[in-house]
Design a protein around this ligand. Structure first.
Ligand SMILES: [Fe+2]
Ligand SMILES: [Fe+2]
Length: 326
């Protein structure tokens, strides 16, 4: 282990680049081995297309309102992918030469993520339950509004964020899938499961990056982790809105619906933190500067504090009529 303060972020990322390049296909799947949205949707070239479509719509007709709203919100979040890629390119100290491991990762990750929005968007269109124009306008708004995730171009903070985020999307896609199955839509359940599988693999990648950084630059990594938790991890779609609605307002209704259903709750937020603390061996990290030790103690105490707060928070009751559903 290098001694604290000796190593710079760009050196650490350089060190990680070789590891990433050597292991890229344990984190990404080759195109040839990847599922495609078309694998899960009716083929419009075939004679049975209209029969398949009819079945799809019958199954989707049974999806509860809140579940459909959450699925649409999740899809809009996925559809804002251009923002996430652009944001990746704004990170400092990452070498993005074409054959570099980081460049390969950014392209490969984006290419995998791109299928998520495509699949969900096309499914929603086929259900016949979605006001596509309103939905598309929300997507355009979200990309146009961008986001501020409090990372200040710092890759250490960014990888804490993406570790969190990939785990959160894994949970929410998986839960939507479970609820869809309960509502009788096995097809939707299957496609949510495929997406959740990708998110899980991505989470593993980002968690590994952080773990590797902890090995060589523990104090700075701990400070970055602590700072992200102090700021709170905001969801990338926190500016989500509908046409004629104030910025971020729709997002509040979307998270209320997710909380009400149990698709993604404040307890999930804390459970993810628990997992990260464990996976990154935060409790037993040594060789830290005094400031980083203080930050470690803050992080270790945080899950209990969050649980106390969330037990006092009522589950939001108010139902909202989204413009996306008509
Ligand atoms: Fe995704
Ligand atoms: Fe992902």
């Amino acid at each position: 282990m290098l001694s604290p303060n000796v190593v710079s972020r760009s050196e650490v990322l350089q060190h990680l680049e070789g590891f990433l390049k050597d292991n890229i296909y344990s984190f990404l799947k080759r195109v040839e081995d990847s599922w495609q949205p078309a694998d899960f949707l009716p083929d419009s070239r075939l004679d049975n297309f209209f029969d398949e479509l009819k079945l799809l719509r019958e199954r989707a007709a049974g999806l509860p309102y809140d579940l459909l709203a959450v699925l649409i919100g999740d899809t809009i979040t996925e559809e804002a992918l251009p923002n996430y890629e652009a944001w990746f390119h704004e990170l400092d100290d990452i070498n993005r030469d074409h054959d570099n491991g980081w460049a390969q990762w950014i392209r490969g990750w984006t290419a995998e993520e791109n299928r998520h929005g495509d699949l969900l968007n096309r499914y929603l269109y086929l259900t016949g339950r979605v006001n596509m124009r309103e939905f598309e306008a929300s997507t355009q708004h979200l990309i146009n509004d961008g986001f501020d995730l409090g990372m200040a171009h710092d890759p250490y903070k960014a990888f804490v964020y993406t570790s969190y985020q990939e785990m959160a999307t894994n949970i929410s896609h998986r839960r939507v899938g479970q609820f869809a199955r309960q509502a009788g839509d096995d097809q939707l359940s299957r496609l949510c499961g495929m997406i959740a599988g990708d998110e899980n693999r991505h989470a593993r990648a980002y968690k590994t990056f952080v773990e590797k950084i902890f090995e060589v630059d523990p104090s700075e990594m701990m400070l970055a982790f602590g700072q992200m938790m102090r700021n709170k991890i905001v969801m990338p779609a926190h500016y989500m809105r509908e046409l004629g609605v104030e910025i971020g307002k729709t997002f509040g209704h979307f998270t209320d619906a997710a909380q009400r259903l149990g698709v993604y709750t404040s307890d999930d937020y804390t459970d993810i933190l628990d997992t990260l603390i464990q996976d990154w061996h935060v409790a037993s990290r040594t060789g830290l500067t005094p400031a980083a030790e203080k930050e470690r103690d803050y992080i270790m105490a945080l899950p209990d504090r969050l649980r106390r707060v969330s037990s006092r928070m009522p589950v939001p009751k108010l139902e909202y009529k989204f413009k996306w559903i008509s």
